[in-house]
Design a protein around this ligand. Structure first.
Ligand SMILES: *[C@@H]1O[C@H](CO)[C@@H](O)[C@H](O)[C@H]1NC(C)=O
Ligand SMILES: *[C@@H]1O[C@H](CO)[C@@H](O)[C@H](O)[C@H]1NC(C)=O
Length: 307
């Protein structure tokens, strides 16, 4: 089902469950628990987008150079100094470099926002509520920041493109939340992190029920058909459920979706590296949203069937 939003936003609803309710004279379908996915061409080449393709190129280069630095310098240091982390890392799958990169970026975010996160909290899980939100449980969540590691990425924070990206996210968040039936003011905390998918890199299924409002992914660099962005069936894995929905993406596209929607990225089949900026939008005062207030989880679509 598709409908146009103002500002060129495209709403794509994947409706998972159909319940028929018989009234005296008419039948109404209630589509329960649809996954509200909104896609916007942020810097998509060849279409009317909010930013030119160069915007995406600049952000892709930033992510790639930050990733290379992380993989060459920081990750070896973390593996050497943090035994718990090293053990989990070595036993993990093809998601592990991006998961480790994200873990470091979370600390970068926390250090860069010392005004909101006091020193005493830096070692704690400042952004996320439970173990599941850390992607990998156990040692990763518990281990402390290391004094030998440089937790800063000024090139990203200072980049005008990155700032612009954050402000686009903030603007689009208002629309997305309104459309989902939520209202959480006009100000947000946004944690954005970069992910880099070299040939063969993938991302295991995850959902982030951590008190955030919703999540999104923007693809500044993506070769056509190189990987799939898949959503898992929220009804569970048993037949007749257990379906997978592939959300179509292209270079420059940004998609927003509920924070509880478990998704995964299939391995990049092409030699061209794909770059993604993932983000979680939180209420202004942090990871405080109660699951019961999540408008995206109450979304329902009602339709009278075609005769
Ligand atoms: C990172 O390591 C690769 C392979 O060893 C090398 O080609 C590259 O120049 C290094 N980059 C940085 C920023 O150190
Ligand atoms: C940490 O890394 C950043 C980015 O590479 C660099 O600008 C900064 O000088 C480094 N800080 C220290 C203390 O080495």
């Amino acid at each position: 089902m598709r409908q146009r939003w103002p500002h060129g936003l495209l709403v794509v609803c994947s409706c998972w469950k159909t319940v028929a309710a018989e009234a005296t004279s008419q039948v109404v379908f209630d589509y329960l628990w649809p996954i509200h996915i909104s896609k916007v061409p942020l810097s998509t080449p060849g279409v009317e987008a909010m930013e030119p393709p160069e915007f995406g190129q600049a952000l892709a280069e930033l992510a790639l150079s930050g990733f290379e630095d992380y993989v060459n310098k920081t990750l070896p240091l973390e593996l050497k100094l943090d035994a718990d982390f090293a053990e989990e890392f070595h036993g993990a799958d093809h998601s592990r470099v991006n998961l480790a990169f994200r873990r470091w970026q979370r600390r970068v975010y926390a250090y860069a926002n010392r005004d909101i996160y006091p020193e005493s909290q830096l070692s704690a899980d400042v952004l996320e509520g439970g173990w599941q939100s850390e992607f990998l449980a156990g040692g990763w969540a518990r281990s402390m920041p290391l004094k030998e590691v440089n937790y800063s990425w000024p090139q990203l924070r200072q980049s005008s493109e990155f700032r612009k990206l954050q402000s686009h996210i903030s603007e689009l968040a208002k629309l997305y939340l309104k459309r989902s039936g939520s209202s959480f003011g006009n100000k947000f905390r946004i944690f954005t992190w970069a992910e880099v998918f070299r040939k063969g890199d993938a991302l295991r299924p995850s959902a982030h029920t951590d008190g955030g409002l919703f999540m999104g992914r923007y693809w500044p660099q993506l070769k056509k058909n190189s990987l799939k962005f898949n959503f898992e069936d929220p009804r569970g894995i048993n037949p007749p459920f257990g379906k997978t929905h592939t959300h179509s993406i292209e270079e420059g596209a940004m998609s927003m979706f509920p924070i509880w929607a478990s998704h995964f990225i299939t391995p990049n089949m092409k030699s061209r590296t794909a770059v993604c900026y993932a983000f979680i939008v939180y209420p202004e005062d942090g990871n405080t949203m109660d699951f019961e207030d999540d408008g995206t989880g109450k979304f329902k679509i009602e339709r009278v069937p075609l005769k």
